[in-house]
Design a protein around this ligand. Structure first.
Ligand SMILES: Cc1ncc(COP(=O)(O)O)c(C=O)c1O
Length: 388
């Protein structure tokens, strides 16, 4: 049994989530439920591998070796049922920076890039920063009814011409794990209209309530796919900057490799590689237990809201550790809600950031005691902000 109840020491360590609460929320004593990393310790097997690496006392230039590629291949095979040829794997230093590379490498200025809103905000930012045009394919539904994809609108937007679609799978912030049918349909539509499918699967191991992730790697359109994932969310090693870009098609792969080489974009740092290899070699049991823990925590949040704030629907959490609330019934703006909750002691992400006014995103990857205190602060802040 692994321990998710003991908080990791984070305040005062440079952790963004903890150390800029004052400037970001006006209350340095609030509990943080915003930035998507975890507040319990990473798996002991992973920490041990990092200790061993540090004990060698040298940190020169390294590159990922055979054992690294084998670990990534094995994880995709065992956990996701996708047989990845090690050749296809391009180790990278972060999913967002790699999406920015992919956007610039595979489209030109003025091209359209589709995203499915409300969605993780850096997608839109890197597209616009590259001089490409964001096209929104809004999700259908709501926190109360559940979210689905609007395929009719998607097809119309693809028909008008788009260089690529960035899929968020599982979806941050609405917490959906897309079904095999949904993923296949997206992949097929992209292929039909000649758009590249860029699938961000960074949250693919965080499965709630027995959900099963279906990777775009199994959708049957490998010639059209660039998939990005990482151990960073699952094992809380985001600060080690190690992700993997999987490109099955040799032509796309060569193009990306050449593009990166020309810009001297390098492989992850030594400790990131060690952490990824250890996580994917020894982390399965820890990952399963974390999923059980998070499933329990998601249930606690759901029951708490039902009892204390019944007018606030929460989206069913299927994947990720990010919960999505609709606080429209308060009559308050997102800003007023955020401010009130920060004052009563809970720092959440404002849904406006992802494109949805009156919504809030709650990160539940923390010890239960912290979550329970946060829920009380959320309820109190909500009551203070409520206008009707
Ligand atoms: C969907 C999604 N992609 C990417 C990232 C960030 O990835 P990285 O730190 O590797 O850039 C996040 C972090 O929250 C995320 O939710």
């Amino acid at each position: 049994m692994y321990d998710f109840d003991t908080p990791a020491p984070r305040a005062g360590t440079g952790a963004i989530k903890w150390d800029i609460l004052g400037p970001a929320f006006g209350n340095s004593q609030a509990l943080p439920f915003w930035i998507a990393d975890s507040d319990y310790r990473s798996p002991p097997e992973l920490v041990e591998a990092l200790r061993d690496a540090a004990a060698r006392c040298v940190f020169g230039y390294n590159e990922p070796g055979r054992s690294y590629f084998e670990a990534v291949r094995g994880w995709f095979s065992r956990r996701h049922g996708w047989e990845v040829d090690p050749e296809w794997i391009i180790p990278s230093t972060g999913v967002v920076s790699e999406i920015a590379n992919v956007v610039r490498c595979f489209s030109k200025k003025g091209d359209k890039v589709i995203i499915q809103t409300p969605v993780y905000d850096p997608f839109g930012k890197v597209i616009e920063a590259a001089g490409r045009v964001v096209v929104k394919n809004e999700l259908l539904g709501s926190a109360a009814s559940g979210y689905t994809m609007d395929f009719e609108d998607l097809e119309a937007k693809l028909r008008e011409g788009a260089a690529m679609l960035i899929l968020c799978s599982p979806h941050n912030p609405v917490g959906r794990v897309w079904t095999p049918e949904e993923v296949r349909r997206v992949a097929e539509l992209c292929r039909e209209y000649g758009a590249l499918l860029v699938s961000d699967e960074i949250h693919f191991d965080i499965m709630i309530g027995g959900s099963r992730h279906f990777t775009a790697g199994l959708a049957g359109t490998p010639e059209n796919l660039i998939l990005l994932s990482a151990p960073s969310k699952t094992f809380s090693v985001a600060g080690l900057k190690c992700s993997n870009t999987i490109v099955p098609d040799p032509v796309l792969r060569k193009k990306l490799r050449d593009w990166q080489e020309a810009r001297h974009i390098e492989t992850p740092n030594n400790l990131g590689l060690v952490a990824c290899e250890a996580a994917y070699t020894h982390g399965a049991a820890w990952c399963d237990e974390q999923n059980e823990y998070l499933t329990g925590s998601a249930g606690i949040v759901r029951d708490f809201l039902r009892e204390r704030l019944p007018e606030v629907p929460v989206a069913e959490l299927q994947g990720t550790y990010l919960m999505w609330f609709d606080m429209t019934a308060s009559g308050a703006t997102s800003h007023e809600l955020m401010e009130a909750m920060a004052k009563t002691g809970a720092a959440l992400n404002d849904g406006l950031r992802y494109g949805a006014e009156h919504h809030m995103r709650l990160n539940i990857a923390c010890p239960r005691a912290q979550l329970l205190r946060g829920l009380e602060a959320i309820a109190e802040g909500y009551e203070r902000a409520r206008k009707r």
